[in-house]
Unconditional design. Structure first.
Length: 648
């Protein structure tokens, strides 16, 4: 056995032990060391970079590491074998999903506008913004020698009288507080309850003079990014908003790699711990700390996530999802509570999970479809959620069909050498001068923020500009030379967006031919899924009245650019609408409104799921779409006419 010492940039270290021949990435995972590995160790992404500080490793040299970097000790953890006692430097970027945790400034109207708009949309269609949670005052006669009724029965009787209910449920957490709260307040108290036609459930009891806010937690668990809200359940006010990376990222950037990882010994527990202990609980703690809100006062939670994330969150075996006939354990469940999976809020908080549609269309799409309101319109609408999986819903008030395609993590910065989430330091928009090839870009953050990487909306812009300026060919290969164009010793080309001295990073920010190829495949997956689903229904692209694009890939997508690179169909730009993180917004309405929750279940029941892999011709569509903009230029008539005018 050899000692493996992992050292972090902040001075902390972790000591582990490994046998000769063990893979370094696997050793790190066993020691719970956060090393970013989007490809889950197959050597394709090049992001599991570590530094060999002492000792020796049996490491394979790859194209992801330059000769100079190799001399400086840079290694890929997935391509390194233990053969000696070693000291390994783990860079900050490896724990980026933690360090880039962000709590929003709610004084900004942009941060809360989308939720106010969601409430307005729901109200407009006649769905009341009320739920079953409330605070009631309860007054009881104190016990005497002549009245020796126990506290719980006294409380139950008083509640039944006050609420005109036959059944009252009192959990252990409330029973434990009764003796003190009752006597300190002379048996006049407030109770936080959930009242339905069947029963009353008591979540909490407090003093009669205490101000009580019924907190609710809304969570969107994306494969790459996790977003959350804390809200006031009585009025829908957003009290806190935050986001962070999904801690599961080090087990693979896509759901298939994570499912495979979960099948290894202890894998399900590791994946569940990564999302609950390492991601959700720190994010909840951060939001509560920033706002002074007590997490024990969060009495209800709504989750919207894809089917795999739902299973891994609950610690349920997800392996059947990736194997024919692709059957999930559940579409809908109401049986989960915070204490069941270790969420650090009120232990009896009920967790509402937006219902899944199929193995690859989950509750995030159901929630997004609901809040997009396409189910309530007679016109034909297309809803697209851009994430690690690209999910689509097409239809109107008469029918809805959904499907999913494996877009990969490119839209959220994964599979891109300098890719990152849409957070401070990310390039989110870009133009390039066609003569000098000099870029100008917009960076998330304040005016002094330096670029660190590039997020999804920025990647769309960069590739569009490279193509428009004829710097790359329709196949994504560099065809021009200049100061910002480089080629490595393998002949691989790259474009420098920001040189090291201009950037807030340790090296140049660049986009490579491999990055471009990954993105072309991602956009090809989206476009081919749209074409396949429409043709299955007998529809033409021209019959789409509106397209609603969702996903937290930046402040907004340049729809014209997305069309011109062949990602979206060539229809009038005014038909496209960017609606942001609709998964989070949909879950917000589910938590706030009991009727919205029921309507979301109804939308799910009425949605048909199309498994693209079973559709003949889908792969042909995909291959044809892996080109800028497409191998069939007739599908993009507006681009053809623009070229004739000399504008592209």
């Amino acid at each position: 056995m050899y000692q493996v010492n992992f050292q972090f940039d902040n001075g902390e270290s972790v000591v582990s032990f490994a046998a000769s021949g063990e893979n370094l990435l696997e050793v790190a995972r066993k020691a719970n060391i956060p090393i970013d590995a989007p490809c889950s160790g197959n050597g394709s992404c090049g992001k599991c970079r570590v530094r060999l500080l002492a000792g020796s490793l049996n490491s394979t040299k790859t194209r992801h590491i330059s000769d100079m970097e190799y001399e400086e000790g840079i290694r890929l953890a997935c391509r390194s074998i233990i053969s000696d006692e070693v000291t390994i430097g783990v860079p900050d970027i490896a724990s980026a999903y933690r360090s880039r945790m962000k709590v929003a400034d709610l004084s900004s109207e942009d941060e809360i506008r989308i939720f106010e708009e969601a409430k307005h949309k729901v109200s407009e269609v006649g769905i009341p913004l009320v739920n079953t949670m409330r605070v009631v005052e309860v007054s009881m006669n104190p016990p005497t020698l002549d009245d020796t009724m126990p506290d719980n029965e006294r409380f139950e009787r008083a509640l039944k009288r006050t609420l005109n209910s036959n059944i009252v449920r009192i959990p252990y957490s409330v029973l434990k507080k009764m003796p003190d709260v009752f006597r300190e307040n002379e048996f006049k108290i407030k109770a936080v309850i959930r009242q339905t036609r069947k029963d009353v459930f008591v979540y909490d009891i407090t003093g009669i003079d205490e101000e009580v806010v019924i907190g609710g937690l809304v969570v969107d668990i994306g494969t790459t990014t996790v977003s959350a809200l804390i809200i006031d359940m009585e009025n829908g006010q957003v009290l806190a908003k935050g986001s962070t990376g999904n801690g599961q990222i080090r087990y693979g950037a896509d759901v298939i790699n994570r499912i495979i990882e979960s099948q290894k010994p202890g894998g399900q527990e590791k994946l569940q711990k990564a999302i609950v202990v390492e991601t959700l609980n720190p994010l909840i703690a951060k939001m509560c700390s920033e706002t002074g809100f007590d997490p024990d006062h969060i009495y209800r939670m709504a989750v919207a996530s894809n089917t795999t994330m739902n299973h891994l969150l609950m610690g349920i075996n997800a392996d059947p999802l990736r194997k024919e006939p692709y059957i999930p354990t559940y579409f809908k469940t109401n049986s989960l509570f915070a204490s069941d999976i270790g969420i650090n809020i009120h232990p009896d908080a009920h967790i509402i999970i937006s219902p899944n549609i199929g193995s690859y269309v989950g509750g995030d799409i159901t929630a997004g479809t609901f809040v997009s309101m396409i189910w309530n319109r007679p016109t034909y609408s297309l809803f697209i959620d851009l994430g690690t999986n690209g999910e689509l819903v097409f239809g109107n008030s008469d029918f809805l069909m959904s499907c999913a395609c494996s877009a990969g993590p490119a839209f959220e910065g994964g599979d891109i050498s300098c890719g990152m989430r849409a957070t401070d330091g990310a390039i989110e928009a870009c133009t390039i001068d066609p003569s000098t090839m000099t870029p100008q870009f917009k960076i998330i953050g304040d005016e002094d923020t330096k670029p660190v990487g590039i997020c999804g909306s920025g990647i769309i812009d960069v590739i569009h500009e490279l193509f428009k300026c004829k710097i790359i060919s329709p196949k994504g290969k560099f065809v021009r030379e200049g100061e910002r164009i480089r080629h490595d010793h393998y002949g691989m080309g790259s474009y420098i967006l920001a040189f090291e001295e201009e950037a807030g990073a340790e090296k140049d920010i660049e986009i490579t031919e491999v990055d471009i190829d990954n993105f072309i495949r991602a956009k090809g997956a989206i476009f081919s899924a749209i074409r396949t689903m429409l043709s299955t229904l007998g529809f033409e692209v021209s019959m789409i009245d509106d397209v609603y694009v969702a996903g937290g890939i930046g402040s907004g997508i340049n729809m014209k650019n997305a069309v011109e690179i062949g990602m979206f169909p060539d229809i009038p730009i005014e038909r496209f609408h960017y609606i942001g993180n609709s998964s989070l917004t949909g879950a917000y309405t589910m938590l706030l409104s009991t009727q919205a929750e029921k309507k979301t279940y109804e939308v799910a029941r009425n949605m048909t799921y199309l498994e693209l892999s079973t559709v003949s011709g889908y792969m042909d569509e995909f291959v044809a779409a892996c080109f800028l903009p497409h191998t069939d230029s007739r599908l993009f008539p507006s681009l053809e006419s623009t070229e004739q005018k000399g504008e592209v």
